[in-house]
Design a protein. Structure first.
Lengths: 974, 170
């Protein structure tokens, strides 16, 4: 029910939303919970296990009961707290875990079976028969229990990722946080102030307290303006979710959850990574309930929640209200309720307590039961030997306050028990650079919070070598809490500790009795403290009950581990920015657009997109295109984009030394205008990469790497020049992207090249493995006579801006010569026919000797990996690179198949090797493969059994030399 | 002999105008300069400047360990430094507008407060690496040419999002 003249909602602006399909009217500024309570609706959900009717327990993000689903279809968001979801016109929300409706939920029958469904019930009951668990029991239990569901579709809304940096991060904008931010800002620090609520003020918005003679919320609003003027960045609707190394804080900002028809460009949420040199945790404290029988009915909530609904949203939490407390904070709320004209009674467990306003107090009394199925109707009270019922539709519980220590535990810190306030407080130093202030540190009075905010901010500023400004503490109330601990009422009946997971005091006792006495074991046995609220209202109460059941004290019992995130956070939000094209950069060559126009399917090579083949009319399969492209290169001329290969420019007087050191073979003898093939090893003696290096000029080389290892080789060279030989005068830089480079291969390659340039080349001026500058249609380019196909071939390079133009030109010219563009498939066939290795062969487990290049390791110099490569184990009998030809040339053999001696059992112990690359060779009209076979080079001509269990192939193949075609290399030299 | 037509890295992708934010492409000559041992003073003399880490002096941008990029014409440094033509290796983009820092906060973890005019930094742009140069009027962003399309997509996405937020408070 709404109360006139109370609250901060805008009565002039009505908002219409739907709850379970029914229209509900609220006001701008309402949450779903406050709007429903304003209409007298207390029932908002069903509990997890027993499907008991529940209303909101809290007014914040710690809410365990009032979980709703927002929206429907792909956009549905489950498990949203009704206490946090702001209403707007057109909002549709749904209750969860109830069927057919919230009021008549058939699964409520579980509640009748509650005596049998206690802690450990499932583990004990559904043991046998074993096979039934997965097929029968688990699906039934899962359907009966549960929270909201996912749509099963991809969420269409985008989340955003962002970064922020500051000197001081202040977490929480209550009295302590506001003063901490003020102190830091006035001291010259850059400050970010975060609060998960819609406006700053914290408890000043929910309570009737004065600060400096002004109503608390007025003082807060003025302070916010002051902070803005000082340049403080105030982020509302933003929850700090986690603390990570190096002063990094994760923050979840709700950007458009509260907006009707938000722009499609607006993210739903933003996940911030805030880097702060120091931080003040002013996240306040969470009130804890008292476990008494039947303390979970709709209408039962925390006293602080009642204060919020009354003062912040102008909603009466009932017509007749009982507050059950063990401390003084509830009396302030009792006075507020009484002042608002609500019939209020306080049941105070302490004796000798008098009312501080126009309400009734029963001191030394306890609530021992309640009535009312879908909503509270009455409360049973016991005082000494006297018991009676009080008619009430609202019951406020106040068992004291738990400082929000969560974030201080994210880096393995454990909180400390403070016996004076009967609560855990943060252990100083748990998070480097972070100080807890105000109620989060156990300073519960307004004055204490304001003062503590200043003091803790000063400590942070001093640690940052900033001189703290002198700030006066505003005048405010300083009444202590006066708490006498009361965790559970000793009376028959189920007393709830964890409302979300339906854990009662009996369950905790049961766990203790069955020897689950560690708090971590109790948690897992009873499920206390799990799911969306992570036990924010129940953890301390549950461990207090466990302590009593096991005869220990509370600090001796300890807490479970607090982990990020502090509030439920969508995985999609944590991974924001990585959706769709954000997942990984796409790297395109200059010929990409044209290759697409030619209909080439693309394959990914690392981040690059490369054409697989270029289909022509009438070609039905990729093989048709591939075979044609191979024949084209062997018979006429083909062109391919090879720009993706890494190109590293190496210059300096010691450039040759570097090359000699990283390659197994010698490069210091390479003359300008010449290219040499080289192999480099890792420190452990295995092959890292191969490629060619060209000598452009004295002390100036261009190294080519494979596409896949370009980054690794660059990193390797950085390591060598920075760590191993920093004294060498050599400079390296990647020029991969600067040049568009195309392979021109085939008998007519020279004819094509000469059509592009005035500098005519022939075998004398430009023999195999030559390189040099060349003008290409008026552009200064580079020409390399190298071949990865075994044909007479060139690679021609021009600055990348001319790449698209030259590619189209090359394709057109090659087609006139009876050739054309070829893709990765043909490139692969061409190199397999020639026995050239790629990373399919040099996959990190082979040595130079294994690939037949052992003798390339120069005896005249040292190189990286040389010593390790000569280890006896690597010089002994190993699998060596060979070729394979099926006895029947039409038997398709694939990479991945394993080899066994004919007559041997097919078994890992008899394994002779495996195929790494395979293709159909249209040149030799046979399938073929490259393979590693034990002592393979000594077994050429031998027949061996090829078994590919994945593809069902079992065939005889012949071991042959890995160079299938033109072993003398006449074609490339010609 | 004929001529080849040049196409820039962000050809067809820029300019992008969203609200008062603009993303444009420039095509400057870019030369990497890495002084040989003992030649840094001579290089400074030849170029007129040699920047400290994370700064730009004149048209010389710090770009890494013993490495600077000269934007525009570069003096002849033969014998003094290793130089390579990097003009075609990078897409040179310029982001300008009031909400520049808000857009940058969505692209890179770099602290913009520490990047006043004249600052340079190597940092991330989404999952890519970039070289940033804060100028008096905006942010020059250099990314690998092959990743231009992704970079423009990421930057545009951030610009769109920032503009949508600005529209909220407007």
């Amino acid at each position: 029910m709404r109360l006139d003249g109370k609250g901060r909602v805008n009565r002039a602006e009505e908002v219409l939303f739907q709850f379970d399909g029914k229209y509900v009217r609220g006001y701008a500024g309402d949450t779903v919970a406050s709007a429903l309570l304003g209409k007298g609706e207390r029932l908002m959900g069903r509990s997890f296990k027993y499907h008991r009717p529940r209303g909101p327990l809290t007014a914040g993000s710690e809410e365990p009961n009032a979980l709703i689903t927002v929206g429907s279809g792909a956009e549905q968001d489950p498990n949203v707290r009704a206490t946090m979801q702001e209403i707007y016109d057109g909002l549709e929300v749904f209750s969860q875990n109830a069927w057919p409706s919230l009021k008549t939920d058939v699964m409520g029958i579980n509640d009748l079976a509650a005596p049998f469904l206690g802690a450990g019930f499932y583990y004990k009951t559904f043991m046998w028969p074993k096979a039934f668990w997965e097929k029968l029991y688990e699906p039934i239990i899962r359907r009966a229990a549960g929270l909201g569901g996912l749509s099963g579709e991809a969420h269409p809304d985008d989340a955003e990722r962002a970064f922020a940096t500051c000197d001081v991060l202040v977490i929480g904008a209550g009295p302590a946080g506001l003063m901490a931010a003020l102190t830091a800002a006035k001291s010259g620090a850059s400050v970010i102030l975060c609060d998960e609520q819609t406006e700053a003020g914290g408890r000043l918005l929910s309570e009737t307290v004065d600060v400096d003679g002004k109503p608390g919320h007025v003082w807060a609003a003025e302070m916010v303006q002051t902070l803005r003027d000082l340049g403080v960045r105030i982020m509302t609707r933003t929850t700090i979710t986690g603390v990570f190394d190096g002063g990094t804080y994760g923050a979840l900002e709700r950007v458009s959850h509260h907006l009707p028809n938000p722009s499609a460009d607006l993210p739903r949420e933003c996940f911030w990574r805030i880097h702060a040199r120091g931080a003040v945790l002013a996240a306040g404290a969470l009130e804890r309930p008292i476990a008494h029988p039947m303390n979970d009915r709709p209408g039962v909530m925390l006293t602080s929640a009642m204060a919020s609904y009354l003062n912040r949203w102008g909603v009466a939490p009932g017509k007749r209200i009982v507050l059950f407390t063990n401390n003084d904070s509830a009396h302030a709320t009792a006075k507020d309720l009484a002042d608002a004209g609500i019939d209020t009674t306080v049941i105070d467990a302490r004796s000798g307590i008098a009312p501080s306003g126009d309400y009734l107090v029963h001191a030394g009394a306890k609530v021992i039961n309640t009535r009312g199925h879908l909503g509270l109707r009455s409360v049973k009270v016991r005082q000494g030997t006297r018991e009676w019922d009080i008619e009430a539709d609202g019951l406020g519980l106040s068992g004291g306050w738990n400082p929000s220590v969560h974030l201080t535990c994210h880096m393995n810190g454990r909180p400390t028990w403070n016996p004076e306030i009967h609560a855990f407080v943060p252990t100083p130093g748990s998070v480097p650079g972070l100080e807890a202030a105000g109620a989060a540190m156990g300073n519960f009075s307004t004055h204490g919070a304001l003062k503590s905010g200043i003091f803790r901010a000063r400590k942070v500023l001093e640690s940052l070598d900033l001189k703290p400004a002198s700030i006066q503490t505003p005048v405010a109330d300083d009444t202590p809490l006066g708490l006498a601990p009361l965790w559970a009422v000793d009376a028959p009946g189920r007393a709830w500790l964890d409302f979300q997971n339906d854990v009662t005091t009996k369950d905790v006792h049961q766990a203790a009795k069955e020897n689950f006495q560690s708090v971590e074991h109790m948690k897992r046995y009873t499920t206390q403290g799990m799911a969306t609220d992570q036990g924010k209202s129940s953890n301390v109460g549950a461990l207090a009950v466990l302590a009593e059941a096991t005869g220990r004290d509370i600090p001796g019992t300890g807490t479970t581990t607090f982990r990020p995130p502090y509030v439920p956070t969508a995985i999609g939000t944590m991974g924001a920015g990585a959706k769709g094209k954000g997942f990984a950069p796409e790297r395109f060559t200059t010929s990409y657009a044209n290759a697409l126009q030619m209909g080439a399917p693309m394959i990914e090579a690392g981040l690059w997109y490369r054409p697989s083949y270029f289909p022509r009319t009438g070609e039905k399969t990729w093989r048709d295109a591939c075979d044609r492209e191979v024949n084209m290169v062997r018979d006429a001329v083909g062109v391919a984009d090879v720009s993706t290969l890494g190109k590293i420019d190496i210059q300096g007087p010691d450039a040759a030394k570097l090359l000699d050191f990283v390659y197994i073979n010698t490069f210091s003898t390479l003359k300008p205008g010449r290219v040499r093939y080289g192999v480099m090893l890792r420190e452990d003696g295995f092959v890292m990469d191969d490629g060619t290096t060209a000598c452009i000029a004295p002390d100036h080389y261009v190294m080519t790497t494979t596409t896949a290892a370009a980054g690794n080789v660059m990193k390797h060279l950085e390591f060598v020049t920075q760590a191993l030989h920093p004294e060498w005068d050599v400079s390296i830089i990647s020029t991969t992207e600067a040049w568009a480079q195309f392979s021109v291969a085939g008998p007519k390659a020279r004819e094509l090249i000469n059509s592009l340039t005035d500098t005519q080349v022939d075998n004398d001026s430009f023999p195999f493995m030559a390189c040099g500058a060349i003008d290409v249609l008026g552009v200064a380019g580079r020409l390399f006579r190298i071949s990865f196909s075994g044909e007479h071939a060139y690679e021609v390079a021009v600055p990348a801006r001319y790449g698209a133009a030259l590619w189209r030109d090359l394709v057109a010219r090659s087609e006139l010569l009876g050739g054309g563009a070829y893709g990765m498939e043909a490139l692969n066939v061409l190199r397999i026919e020639k026995g050239f290795v790629t990373h399919a062969e040099i996959m990190g487990r082979v040595t130079a000797r294994d690939i037949g290049m052992g003798r390339m390791i120069s005896a005249k110099k040292d190189c990286i990996g040389k010593a390790a490569a000569s280890r006896p184990v690597l010089m002994a009998s190993r699998e060596e690179l060979v070729g394979l030809r099926p006895v029947d040339p039409n038997t398709k053999i694939d990479a991945g198949g394993h080899l066994y001696n004919i007559g041997d059992r097919v078994h890992r112990e008899t394994d002779q090797g495996y195929a790494t690359s395979a293709c159909y060779s249209p040149t030799l009209n046979t399938y073929m493969a490259l393979a590693f076979v034990r002592d393979g080079t000594a077994r050429l001509g031998e027949r061996i059994r090829f078994v590919d269990r994945l593809r069902g192939v079992d065939a005889e193949v012949e071991i042959c030399h890995p160079v299938f075609l033109d072993p003398e290399g006449g074609r490339a030299r010609g | 002999m004929g001529n080849l037509i040049a196409t820039s890295a962000a050809s067809g992708l820029c300019p992008v105008n969203i609200g008062n934010l603009t993303l444009t492409e420039r095509t400057p000559t870019l030369t990497s300069v890495s002084p040989f041992k003992g030649k840094k003073t001579a290089v400074r003399k030849a170029l007129g400047h040699w920047p400290a880490p994370n700064e730009a002096k004149g048209n010389v941008l710090w770009a890494g360990r013993n490495m600077a990029f000269v934007v525009g014409e570069c003096a002849d440094l033969a014998g003094l430094a290793a130089t390579t033509d990097q003009s075609d290796a990078w897409a040179a983009l310029t982001l300008e507008g009031d909400a520049l820092e808000a857009v940058m906060a969505r692209l890179t973890p770099l602290d913009m407060a520490a990047m006043g005019p004249g600052a340079t930094a190597r940092g991330l742009l989404g999952h890519m690496s970039a070289l940033y140069h804060r100028t008096k009027t905006g942010m020059d962003i250099y990314v690998f040419r092959s990743m231009t399309q992704t970079a423009v997509h990421e930057i545009t996405h951030a610009m769109t999002s920032v503009a949508a937020r600005a529209a909220l408070s407007a």
